[in-house]
Design a protein around this ligand. Structure first.
Ligand SMILES: Nc1ncnc2c1ncn2[C@@H]1O[C@H](COP(=O)(O)OP(=O)(O)OP(=O)(O)O)[C@@H](O)[C@H]1O
Ligand SMILES: [Mg+2]
Length: 239
């Protein structure tokens, strides 16, 4: 069996005394797209924070292409080829588009050629190319999201984590973002896409994991969930 791109195994995570993730275990295969669903507060972002080294799990392990990265600082996990598009975008608002991208540039450490450069990011997102010297604060919400994705790509990741990239965007822009995600998947990236809206994720995901109160409640595929007519409302609320 091929090595998983990303594996979380038995993760227990806390904020202070608050126990937020309970034995969380899931895996994203190479060049696959895993949709991570769950309602507000289910623990989705905490899974992302644990994966990129922003929060050390109290127990459990994280593997990136078979290498254990548990407890490593974020910089070293990034060097293993993991990049996060954080919830709320978190771009540098006072910097230009170019500056936001350049500060995130990282050559692959495993000998792969750097497929993501300013040129290839602008080919993917022409609007960013047109606004290369604009201050990020003055971009539209959709453009800021594209910049956040572009910034993650500049790290030339093998595993891309995206935390609610559709949040706060108009439907037409969400459609564009989802098309971009589809292209990235076709390019061979392994992707974890965090969303609250299952219909968005079911369209692009190979695999689905649903978190409920910090526990993995469902591991399946969009096709199986549809076929079994699983009632997702108990895990996801009204959508
Ligand atoms: N920095 C923090 N300190 C303390 N508790 C936190 C912190 N961040 C999140 N939590 C709590 O941890 C739990 C999981 O939060 P998390 O942000 O992982 O959820 P989420 O699934 O990403 O939710 P959302 O869809 O709203 O982004 C929630 O109960 C939340 O209140
Ligand atoms: Mg979140």
């Amino acid at each position: 069996m091929a090595t998983n791109a990303l594996e979380l195994s038995g993760i227990e995570a806390f904020y202070g005394d608050s126990h937020v993730l309970h034995a969380v275990t899931f895996a994203c295969g190479p060049a696959r797209l895993l949709g991570l669903l769950g309602r507000n507060g289910a623990g989705k972002s905490t899974c992302m924070n644990v994966t990129v080294g922003l929060l050390a799990p109290r127990r459990g392990d994280i593997f990136v292409f078979g290498h254990r990265v548990t407890g490593l600082p974020p910089e070293q996990i990034a060097a293993r080829g993991v990049a996060l598009v954080p919830q709320g975008r978190r771009i540098f608002k006072s910097l230009t588009v170019r500056e936001n991208l350049v500060v995130a540039a990282r050559a692959p450490t495993d000998g792969r050629p750097a497929s993501w450069t300013l040129e290839t990011v602008f080919a993917m997102f022409p609007r960013l190319g047109e606004r290369v010297n604009h201050i990020a604060a003055y971009l539209s919400g959709g453009e800021q999201q594209m910049l956040a994705i572009g910034r993650a790509l500049m790290g030339n990741p093998r595993v891309l984590l995206m935390d609610e990239p559709s949040e706060g965007l108009a439907p037409q822009i969400v459609h564009e973002v989802m098309n971009t995600i589809r292209k990235l998947k076709e390019s061979g990236l392994s992707i974890v896409l965090v969303e609250q809206n299952p219909t968005l994720v079911f369209d692009v995901a190979d695999d689905i994991v649903i978190l409920n109160s910090g526990r993995v409640a469902v591991v399946s595929t969009p096709a199986k969930l549809k076929q079994e007519n699983v009632d997702l409302r108990q895990h996801l609320g009204v959508f």
